[in-house]
Design a protein around this ligand. Structure first.
Ligand SMILES: *[C@@H]1O[C@H](CO)[C@@H](O)[C@H](O)[C@H]1NC(C)=O
Ligand SMILES: *[C@@H]1O[C@H](CO)[C@@H](O)[C@H](O)[C@H]1NC(C)=O
Length: 268
């Protein structure tokens, strides 16, 4: 009896591994991945919770996108999209995607925290947009390694950008960020344009550094399997931008190994 149950479970697991489900600690489903790939979060330049419904639509449209649907937001959540900020999405609904239960975000639950369809469209929130064709300004990255660069790199980036990259690798893995190029408008506290790195699901906790200017920072290594990058530019002065590479590694392989095995990347 037990043996049959075990075998059955094994068959189910194998089937699942081939089609959809958790693989490598990441939820895989081709439809979901397709839908999810274009979902991103935006806030107003003025800060959090400053967009009316009309302004929220304009923010998405400005970048060639639309408001995300509930299904797209949920699809993104399934592959690890976690943002602790309520935003407008399709048809005047407000909510946010939660992957990891926390006390200060999502009321200890996971899922789309749904505030429902808002009757008052003058309320101010952030926004969730969808644009599968514009992946340069942010996105959800689940590859084992990838190069991330500012939009238009190495040409000048635009004014008034806010891009978020959410890196999610296998459970148990860690992430090493290695800077290849940095050319971001410089001021003493990096207030104008900057790249921020968070050792976390979002840009609320786990602040690891804010960078501008042209000195290459040291490599940054995550404590877990997620990292968030935020790139922001203000209304004036731009520069070449940044280019960095992340590589997922298995901490059990020992610290020397990932240092030495860091792949060389061609610059362009
Ligand atoms: C709608 O929301 C705005 C912004 O929060 C508020 O100023 C306004 O009074 C609200 N209108 C109504 C009818 O509740
Ligand atoms: C590094 O990892 C490789 C496999 O990828 C292994 O063969 C090698 O022994 C490791 N070296 C060290 C120093 O841990």
């Amino acid at each position: 009896m037990h043996r049959w149950a075990l075998l059955w479970t094994l068959i189910l697991l194998l089937k699942e591994a081939q089609s959809w489900g958790f693989r490598n600690g990441i939820f895989h489903n081709s439809i979901w991945l397709e839908q999810a790939a274009g979902v991103y979060h935006r806030e107003s330049r003025k800060g959090r919770y400053q967009l009316t419904y009309k302004e929220a639509k304009a923010v998405c449209k400005y970048e060639g996108g639309t408001l995300a649907t509930y299904d797209q937001l949920e699809a993104a959540r399934q592959i690890g999209f976690h943002v602790c900020a309520a935003g407008w999405f399709d048809r005047g609904r407000v909510g946010y995607p939660i992957v990891k239960a926390g006390t200060n975000c999502g009321f200890g639950r996971v899922g789309i925290v749904d505030y429902g369809y808002r009757l008052n469209k003058s309320e101010k929130w952030d926004v969730y947009c969808y644009n599968p064709n514009s992946k340069e300004c942010g996105g959800i990255l689940t590859e084992q390694q990838k190069i991330i660069q500012s939009p238009g790199f190495p040409e000048e980036y635009q004014d008034e950008l806010i891009c978020y990259w959410h890196i999610r690798v296998r459970l148990g893995q860690r992430i090493r960020l290695h800077f290849l190029e940095l050319d971001v408008e410089e001021d003493t506290s990096c207030l104008a344009d900057y790249l921020e790195v968070y050792d976390s699901y979002d840009d609320v906790s786990g602040f690891a550094g804010r960078f501008c200017g042209d000195n290459l920072p040291d490599d940054i290594i995550s404590t877990g399997n997620v990292m968030t990058l935020k790139f922001l530019s203000d209304a004036s002065v731009t520069a070449g931008g940044f280019q960095l590479q992340y590589v997922a590694f298995d901490p059990s392989a020992g610290p020397q190994n990932h240092t030495h095995s860091f792949p060389a990347v061609p610059l362009h």
